[in-house]
Design a protein around this ligand. Sequence first.
Ligand code: PLP
Length: 258
Amino acid sequence: PAALEEALSRLPGPLLVAATAGTTDAGLIDPLPEIAARCAAHGARLHIDAAYGGGLLFSDRHRTRLAGLDTADTVTLDLHKLGWQPVAAGLLAVKDPRDLTALRHRADYLNATDDTEAGLPDLLGRSLRTTRRPDVLKLAVTLKTLGRSGLATLVDQVCARAREFAALVDEHPGFDLHARPVISTVLFRPAGATDDTVAAVRRALLTDGRAVLGRARLDGRLWLKATLLNPATGPADLAALLHLAARQATLVEGHTPR
Ligand SMILES: Cc1ncc(COP(=O)(O)O)c(C=O)c1O
């Protein structure tokens, strides 16, 4: 917030601030109320990328972490993450419908005024694209089938699994944990390993078809990334994943975990 305050004071307007609720690398949530207050003070627009974290809204237990989201002018959500949709499932929410005015752009070859006036439906004006798949159908089916509370259960489960996995990593003498998870992402690395070893462990597990881990560079080091999004994952799966990573680390040349 202090750096933002300094930038907003220095830069000429108009200004747009983009904050993140759930970073791709670590699932971190920006201090939204503090950012929103500074945007309001400087007349800057606020966009919040809640592609990952937005799904916490379903959960009564976790939604308070998104306090301040409602102050944004625009919010993006990606329900292919904490919404369990196949891609594409991105949504843009705007506070003021006038922000969508550009979509009303008319072109003779697309818009027939008399048809519109006669009430014929079309998808123009609903998206930046003209030709598009009915992506919202699967979302509607999920919401109708599971409801908000059904989705909340899934959110709570994967957040709990991430905390459990982080605890396993923390207790294991052969691994370093980056931090306690904020959402459902756990960053970890074999203790004392080089970045090359971390990268090699990930590639070996991936190419052998045993585990799909992500990778993230944070605090100057490369980390293995487990983004827990499968509610069916159980404690035994978590232990097995850590065991696989430990064994792979011992096999990679030049590194023997403590
Ligand atoms: C924080 C964040 N923003 C945006 C995106 C990209 O969204 P899309 O895949 O809809 O372009 C992702 C990844 O999907 C993400 O993790």
